[in-house]
Unconditional design. Structure first.
Lengths: 249, 304
């Protein structure tokens, strides 16, 4: 883990708000699925945490969603530009055995690398609508099956991913479920996995500062053997065992 | 080669660049990037008598040229600091500045005794944290209570020099500085963060769960320079300047304004190597300006 200057190799718009970016980063070839990088954005005090979507040899793949001015700057970078990237950071997913990845929207990218790294994987991916869908071809290549859900029914199943998750887990055996997406979705997945007794790992998001565990801003309430405590998404996560996370419910 | 050594209240720093409390934890994280012995000193994460979980997240919001934070002094408590963190920190050839924050005068006394016994090189008295309800800023905004906290720490710190960290959230920082000097402080550090707030237009909610937080980063540099200059003119105590330092030039400004040494904080979040870079840029500036000793910069401003 260190700060690296990385050349932008490609930058393709894949939805209205997000870009699929590849950077040359031989030093980060050992990044683990679920880890993230912290990218400097010119003119901003804070870096932007971006989950690692895939690692292919010396090439790191990042899907960046335009959320504000910082990520807007990032998605506007042209091929050939040099990006200042701190990483790889955080703790990633466990990928042994047969896994089911469950993604929601911009939570899908880190699950691609996890699916690829696993022994065998299936995917359930949810999006607002068909226009927000991303990485479907990649997931189809990496997984045995891919099930789709959209809120408005414009593609795949009309409804929530946790409904598909419940069906799937009642029919098939998995060693673990890996999930990343909006908090309400993660909370619903946790409920389903607890009921059906399948281990779940979730990747969390929180407003972040240093990215390395020094500034303590990205706090998350966790539950350990000795009761509740405050951990940090950047260092203790972003991936946590679902039973350790105190979702506010 | 410019002599980069400086001293504050008898504590000798190998160079004038420290890292600011709350931005560097207890050194483990940035110690993976470089040898902590490169630093002039480390102001470690603020510690309290008992463990604190801090405030709920979100605890950070970006601002134009800065950030707001509302961590709320999350720390493992002074006993854990002394037992678990000091042995690690002592392995490095750098000065360790403990930062202590009490709810009462008795707590300040007890904290001072404990960190002094643990072998810290200096004590920074936090009377200026804007993110906790009791103690913190409550002590730092009145001359009487600031003086009382200073005295409590002085009486229990033994031979360890006591530096009081001042809040910019006051009408006249020089009044507090004078009161603290009269109460026996050996040095002052300034500035802590400026109280601020941001609101999400979609939700009409403040971005910070604590509603308000402390502003730091390049946005506050000119405020820090001004306050260091005012305080330097008001007291005889040596000053550790901080607030938005991100380059050697920024550090030089604070030193010209009156600081004997400078702490780097928020810049770390953008560049983990910021303190090393600031030190090297400051040394380069001194070389080019023909400055033999970096300490010559202190108070060197020529006001109109």
């Amino acid at each position: 883990m260190d700060v690296y200057k990385c050349t932008l190799l490609s930058n393709d718009k894949i939805t209205e708000t997000s870009c699929d970016m590849r950077v040359l980063a031989p030093e980060m070839a050992d990044a683990k699925p679920g880890q993230f990088v912290h990218v400097k954005c010119e003119g901003f005090t804070l870096r932007r945490p971006i989950s690692i979507c895939d690692v292919d040899g010396e090439v790191l793949r990042l899907v960046v969603d335009r959320r504000g001015k910082g990520t807007e700057w990032l998605t506007e970078q042209r091929v050939g530009a040099t990006l200042d990237i701190l990483g790889p950071l955080g703790r990633g997913f466990g990928t042994h055995g047969r896994v089911l990845v469950v993604g929601g929207g911009i939570g899908c990218p880190p699950l691609l690398y996890a699916a690829k790294a696993s022994d065998s994987a299936d995917a359930i991916l949810g999006f607002r609508n068909s226009a927000a869908m991303m990485l479907l071809g990649d997931f189809r290549d990496a997984c045995d099956t891919v099930q789709l859900a959209t809120d408005d029914g414009s593609a795949g199943f009309r409804g929530r991913v946790d409904e598909l998750l419940r069906r799937r887990l009642s029919e098939e055996k998995y060693d673990r479920v890996l999930s990343c997406g909006p908090t309400p979705m993660l909370r619903a997945c946790k409920r389903v996995c607890e009921e059906l007794g399948v281990p779940l790992e979730v990747s969390l998001e929180e407003r972040m500062g240093c990215g390395v565990g020094a500034c303590l801003v990205c706090a998350v309430k966790l539950r350990g053997a000795d009761g509740e405590y405050v951990g940090h998404v950047c260092k203790d996560g972003p991936v946590f065992k679902a039973e350790e996370v105190c979702f506010d419910d | 080669m410019t002599d980069m050594r400086v001293s504050i209240a008898g504590v000798k720093f190998k160079n004038p660049i420290l890292v600011a409390s709350g931005t560097f934890g207890f050194g483990h994280e940035y110690g993976k990037f470089y040898d902590l012995s490169e630093l002039g000193g480390i102001c470690v994460k603020g510690t309290t008598l008992h463990k604190r979980d801090g405030n709920p997240a979100p605890r950070i919001a970006e601002t134009p040229s800065g950030i707001l934070n509302s961590v709320g002094l999350q720390n493992p408590g002074v006993d854990a600091f002394c037992a678990e963190e000091m042995p690690f920190l002592k392995r490095f050839d750098t000065k360790i500045v403990a930062n202590i924050s009490g709810n009462t005068l008795e707590e300040y006394s007890e904290l001072a005794e404990k960190v002094a016994a643990a072998g810290v090189d200096m004590i920074e008295v936090n009377i200026s944290c804007p993110n906790v309800k009791a103690g913190g800023l409550a002590f730092g905004t009145s001359c009487t209570s600031a003086a009382a906290a200073t005295e409590a720490v002085k009486n229990h710190a033994g031979s360890v020099p006591v530096m009081v960290k001042l809040s910019p959230n006051v009408t006249d920082i020089t009044e507090i500085a004078r009161a603290v000097e009269a109460a026996g402080a050996d040095a002052l550090s300034l500035i802590n963060t400026l109280l601020g707030m941001r609101i999400d237009l979609k939700t009409r909610r403040p971005i910070l769960k604590n509603n308000t937080g402390g502003l730091s980063g390049p946005a506050v540099l000119p405020v820090a320079v001004r306050m260091v200059w005012q305080v330097a003119n008001a007291v005889k105590l040596p000053l550790l300047g901080m607030g938005g330092v991100a380059s050697g030039a920024d550090a030089a400004e604070l030193m010209f304004a009156g600081a004997s040494a400078v702490a780097v904080g928020t810049a770390l979040f953008n560049d983990p190597y910021a303190p090393i870079r600031v030190r090297d840029e400051l040394a380069e500036y001194c070389e080019n300006a023909g400055v033999a000793r970096v300490s010559e910069l202190t108070g060197g401003v020529k006001p109109w």
